[in-house]
Design a protein around this ligand. Structure first.
Ligand code: SF4
Length: 200
């Protein structure tokens, strides 16, 4: 296990980048450089080959799921996500793969990447973060001016291609949780309220 492949609970997490198109005020990276005893600050982004070599030493059947998450936005490296996921699905067809994403994948890559990842991905968790664009911009401070609209569109497209779609919101006093739940309900996706954590 390393800063790129680490265990949390019964899941195996892949930390493939520290880059992100948001600067969320609640991001765990503002408070710590690690999860548990694992330092997640990368000195160099791992190649898909390096991650695959690490995974070859692990019996993935021992884990409930493999999750692309870590200290950054995984879909910034969509080609790496596809190569690693393809390896996992080929070697362990019954191991579920989840992506935790900020939902900027299409706007960042300037194309619809969901059909490219959906053959490998069993579940996707998309950070909605707020019930309005104005609040989203204050909380997540995205680099894109139309990020909130892009996130909503990403949720809709994900719903068309991926079986298990969840939107998540961090439980902060400024966020109208009920309105966020209603957005999830209208989009016919699962809703998850996440605790605000400074460390794990
Ligand atoms: S989208 Fe995630 S990784 Fe990026 S700044 Fe927000 S909480 Fe941090």
């Amino acid at each position: 296990m390393s800063e790129t492949v680490y265990q949390l609970g019964n899941s195996l997490y892949l930390n493939i980048t520290n880059r992100c198109t948001n600067r969320c005020v609640f991001c765990i990276r503002n408070f710590t450089d690690r999860v548990g005893d694992k330092k997640l600050v990368l000195h160099k982004e791992p190649s898909s080959l390096e991650i695959i070599e690490s995974l070859k030493k692990i019996d993935l059947r021992l884990y409930k799921e493999v999750v692309f998450c870590g200290f950054g936005e995984p879909l910034i490296r969509v080609e790496v996500v596809k190569k690693i996921s393809s390896f996992i699905k080929h070697s362990y067809p019954s191991t579920p793969i989840r992506i935790d994403t900020n939902g900027h994948g299409n706007i960042f890559n300037q194309r619809n990447i969901v059909p490219e990842i959906s053959p490998y991905i069993d579940a996707i968790s998309i950070s909605l973060n707020a019930e309005s664009k104005e609040k989203y911009n204050r909380l997540s401070r995205p680099i894109f001016s139309d990020a909130y609209e892009a996130v909503i569109e990403f949720i809709k497209v994900s719903k068309m291609h991926i079986k298990d779609v969840t939107v998540s919101v961090v439980n902060l006093p400024i966020v109208d949780i009920k309105k966020c739940e209603k957005i999830a309900e209208d989009l016919k996706v699962n809703f998850k309220l996440r605790d605000f954590v400074r460390s794990l």
